[in-house]
Design a protein around this ligand. Structure first.
Ligand SMILES: NC(=O)c1ccc[n+]([C@@H]2O[C@H](COP(=O)([O-])OP(=O)(O)OC[C@H]3O[C@@H](n4cnc5c(N)ncnc54)[C@H](O)[C@@H]3O)[C@@H](O)[C@H]2O)c1
Length: 255
């Protein structure tokens, strides 16, 4: 298949080959896209560079999305390599570990701000600063979780960040839509990744899906890649502002 043939896709959030962003990069590559990578800091370079090579990438650059100047520098580099960008994958989240255990009631102001900044504002920053070099029918995709709308033990401030992120998707859909561009979110079921391991009782979340979801199984990063390729392709040209659940149906059940 070649859903993304010739499209320039920039992917934020590959930490290693377990990352959801890795599953998306793989599928985008297989669908014919030119995939570029950006990683948070030096520590990730040794993991991401070989992945970029594997997917024949011309672009693999460091960028801390907390830093607007760094994003502006990245936009310039992306323009030099690709000219225009067709798709941006935002698969990025962070909250201090201590905020992801115990009572939400005890969340510190600084941890709240950090979680919202990295996990939600960074999507605004990317849309704002890449706007200049986006193609006319560009698409964005981000990753969210069901804790945006229901409580989960220990997910705490990240649930608030995901609620904000889903709202960001709707508001950006309006501004981007006026230009013919789209943005959507995948609400993925739990997957054992580097970030997910930071949430206490991840195993309980995985077991709950197997027990209660209509399909009685967990999803994987390949599922994320398949849905991402569809949502970012022209086949989904009239889908925007949506949160699409990819959770074996877990969210439609109550017991
Ligand atoms: N794994 C799950 O169970 C699950 C479920 C639903 C949604 N998600 C979401 O999927 C996305 C990807 O997470 P993942 O599970 O693949 O874990 P991951 O740890 O592989 O990816 C998270 C990425 O965020 C990046 N990041 C953090 N701070 C950054 C910064 N300041 N600048 C640039 N990048 C930064 C990390 O470097 C990492 O690559 C996250 O938004 C996460 O909340 C994950």
């Amino acid at each position: 298949m070649s859903l993304m043939k010739g499209k320039n896709v920039l992917i934020f959030g590959v930490a290693n080959d377990k990352s959801i962003a890795y599953g998306i990069a793989k599928q985008m590559f297989e669908e014919g896209a030119n995939v570029g990578f950006s990683y948070a800091n030096q520590a990730f370079e040794k993991h991401v560079k070989p992945i970029a090579d594997k997917f024949e990438s011309k672009f693999c650059e460091e960028c801390d999305l907390a830093d607007d100047n760094a994003i502006d520098e990245l936009v310039k580099k992306a323009e030099q390599v690709y000219g225009k960008i067709d798709t941006i994958i935002h698969s990025v989240a962070f909250a201090p570990k201590e905020a992801l255990a115990g009572r939400f009631l005890d969340t510190k102001r600084e941890d709240f701000i950090t979680a919202l900044n990295i996990s939600a504002y960074t999507l605004v920053a990317l849309a704002q600063r890449f706007e200049r070099i986006l193609s006319a029918d560009a698409s964005f995709l981000t990753l969210t979780y069901y804790a945006a709308v229901k409580t989960f033990p220990n997910y705490n401030v990240m649930g608030i960040a995901k609620s904000a992120l889903e709202s960001v998707v709707r508001f950006l859909a309006v501004d981007l839509g006026n230009k013919g561009m789209r943005i959507n979110a995948i609400s993925a079921g739990p997957i054992r990744t580097l970030s997910a391991r930071g949430v206490s009782r991840l195993s309980d979340m995985l077991d709950a899906v197997v027990g209660r979801a209509p399909l009685h199984r967990n999803i994987d990063i390949e599922d994320c890649g398949n849905l991402a390729a569809f949502l970012c392709s022209d086949k989904a040209k009239n889908i925007t502002g949506e949160v699409v659940y990819l959770d074996a149906g877990f969210n439609v059940t109550a017991l």
